[in-house]
Design a protein around this ligand. Structure first.
Ligand code: WTA
Length: 633
């Protein structure tokens, strides 16, 4: 069996084999990685508890797979290319040898500062090489990283640090993002007021802004790195030891810490990277995601490095200094594979054709899309203008919980069509179920997307709360992993993801729970109750529409709106701010008091005709009132 699939016929053959003999299939794939000791059992599982273990008894260190094993043959190959926010600042490259050295040195810094195997370490950093180094250094010593996206507020960081009981934080003074400078260390200082578990903070100097350093707690990266050498043998971990925790939003309450383990995650991120993007030895791969999200974990760091690839990381944003920046980066670094999000494509498309004209995009051979459904117009624009009409687009469907790509074209090998994630990767068994949990067989059908057999990258638990993992993903339908997504399978058996069917929003590819936003807004003392829904948004995919009941009629609605936005920014982060806030006197509720979000969604969409039956509502009149007050801009 080839590790990298070479033809459609081979895909079909391997897919069939992988479903009929999943353990043999994954054992063969895992054999392409470096194990200190082979596993005893390929797979042990049930979805009831759930209890899922891959490659039990196997011993490895993921950084040996990402770094050490390439040193002999690829030591002088570029592992990471870094493009700064400011196009006038020089870019930086690290070869595999250099990255190995840097990771070992920083791993020694971690050890000198008391970190050890099993510790949880929170990383809150800009998109600089040191972020990748910090992540890999944690993995090197067997510590568990919990990367928190740089856009989250102090409150959100504090929640995540407390949930995981982190004892160390790695951060920087600040971050450059477009024309802005964002202070990170002051946000960490604020967060740590409520995090007694943290006794060490390592601070990278990036923006050189003034920061407070707390004695006995805070140390500078550059001072610490001067004290160590680059000799750091990898800590050997069990396949099922925790590699990282990554917090993600669900339909209820606080974000949950999705747990991935060393062996299975490595095999899955590595295999899917090589196959979906059909990575060839001299290609340059550019994933525009932030390492604070799962896409950055799997397809900037672990997947590419496990395959000895060259991965480009970009510090800035797509529209700085102008909307041609991504295309400039492609030309400057001769990028071959570009992996980005529909929201970026739509906004760059809308910025105007002159930002794309005359750019040197001829190096591109393959394109990818991730994070949300891509609409047909954006798909064609991407293919025609960026992919010069001859680059296949891999529309990759997956989730934080799946660890890697699940349903996607294999670039240039399996078919594509606009808006479709197409076919499952080898080893992945998607099923559609109806409301009762009955499997919907045949084609030209739609339902809720579930997966019926484990794959090595599946989440193992939600940190500190296994029951939550069970109820969220494994309880809705017995013996199935429920994705939370709706999906159709067309007449040809191709899959199209239609969006979330639960109370999770996808705003510019960021997952946000409606309950999280509601909880934040409700902290305003002038409000009684809030309901938040999503509505279609031209650029963001989904926008956030909030309905709020005030204690007393507001004197100045815009002032109140500004206060609400400030609270959401403080509680979650600016990216979760509602686009529209409508003040109402009541919300549509059933007699049992449940808010009818379906009705609120229809109103937010402006679909007054299809609201459905309102006679069973506690107070049907509120619907007319809400309709009349709808904000259409
Ligand atoms: C959505 C991001 C349609 C989906 C990797 C999923 C997509 C959620 C696609 C996971 C796609 C992701 N087409 N929808 N190609 N990719 N999604 O955890 O709703 O940030 O459940 O992982 O994004 O978001 P997450």
């Amino acid at each position: 069996m080839n590790y990298q699939i070479q033809s459609f016929a081979e895909y079909e053959e391997i897919y069939k084999y992988s479903i009929e003999n999943p353990e043999a299939f994954w054992a063969e794939v895992a054999g392409h990685f470096q194990w200190q000791k082979p596993w005893d059992t390929v797979l042990n599982w049930n979805f009831k508890d759930p209890n899922i273990k891959w490659f039990e008894g196997g011993k490895l260190n993921i950084t040996e797979n990402c770094l050490d094993r390439h040193l002999e043959s690829l030591g002088n190959k570029t592992a990471l290319i870094w493009e700064p926010n400011d196009p006038n600042e020089p870019s930086r490259n690290l070869t595999y040898k250099q990255l190995h050295t840097e990771v070992c040195r920083f791993a020694n810094v971690l050890k000198n500062n008391g970190a050890k195997k099993g510790d949880r370490i929170c990383i809150y950093m800009p998109m600089v090489l040191e972020l990748a180094i910090a992540v890999l250094a944690c993995a090197r010593i067997g510590a568990i990283h919990s990367v928190v996206f740089g856009g989250f507020s102090a409150q959100s960081i504090s929640d995540r640090i407390q949930d995981a009981q982190c004892n160390m934080v790695i951060t920087s003074d600040g971050a450059f993002r477009g024309a802005k400078q964002i202070p990170l260390k002051p946000i960490i200082d604020e967060a740590l007021k409520t995090c007694p578990s943290v006794d060490k903070v390592i601070v990278l100097a990036r923006t050189k802004s003034a920061v407070n350093m707390t004695a006995d707690r805070d140390v500078w990266w550059h001072n610490e790195i001067a004290k160590v050498n680059s000799n750091c043998p990898a800590e050997i971990t069990d396949a099922e030891d925790l590699l990282f925790i990554l917090y993600t939003s669900g339909s209820t309450g606080k974000p949950k810490g999705v747990v991935h383990t060393c062996g299975g995650y490595m095999v899955y991120a590595g295999y899917t990277f090589s196959n979906v993007f059909q990575y060839q030895p001299d290609e340059i791969f550019f994933c525009t995601a932030d390492i604070g999200w799962v896409t950055g974990h799997s397809y900037i760091i672990y997947g590419p490095l496990a395959n000895g690839a060259t991965s480009l990381m970009f510090e800035g944003v797509p529209n700085f200094p102008d909307a041609g920046r991504l295309w400039d980066i492609v030309g400057k670094h001769q990028v071959n594979i570009l992996y980005t999000a529909p929201t970026a494509i739509r906004s760059l498309m809308q910025a105007g054709h002159h930002y794309v004209e005359n750019k040197n995009l001829s190096s591109l051979t393959k394109l990818g899309s991730v994070g949300e459904p891509i609409n047909e117009e954006a798909w064609h624009w991407y293919q025609d203008n960026i992919g010069h009409k001859d680059c296949p687009i891999a529309d990759t469907w997956w989730q934080t919980e799946t660890g890697g790509i699940m349903i996607s074209p294999i670039a240039g090998i399996t078919p594509t069509k606009p808006c479709y994630a197409m076919l499952p990767l080898p080893g992945i068994q998607p099923v559609l179920v109806d409301e009762k949990g009955e499997e919907i067989l045949g084609n030209d059908v739609s339902g809720n997307l579930c997966i019926k057999f484990p794959w090595p990258g599946i989440l193992r638990t939600t940190y500190g709360d296994h029951e939550r993992c069970r109820t969220n993903y494994f309880a809705a339908y017995p013996n199935l992993y429920f994705t939370g997504d709706g999906c159709l399978r067309d007449a040809d058996g191709h899959y199209r993801i239609t969006g979330r069917v639960d109370d999770v929003l996808n705003v510019s590819g960021h997952r946000i729970g409606t309950a999280e936003v509601e909880n934040a807004i409700d902290m305003h003392h002038g409000l009684v109750e809030t309901a938040v829904v999503g509505y279609p948004h031209d650029i963001k995919g989904q926008g956030i529409y909030a309905y709020a009941i005030c204690l007393e009629p507001p004197e100045d609605e815009n002032k109140l709106r500004a206060e609400i936005l400030a609270i959401v920014t403080k509680e979650i982060g600016a990216f979760a701010k509602p686009d529209k806030i409508q003040f109402v006197n009541g919300l549509p509720k059933t007699r049992s008091g449940k808010i009818m979000r379906r009705i609120l969604r229809k109103i937010a969409e402006g679909e007054f005709e299809n609201i459905g039956d309102v006679t069973t509502l506690l107070d049907p009149a509120v619907v007319e009132e809400i309709k009349a007050g709808r904000l259409d801009r």
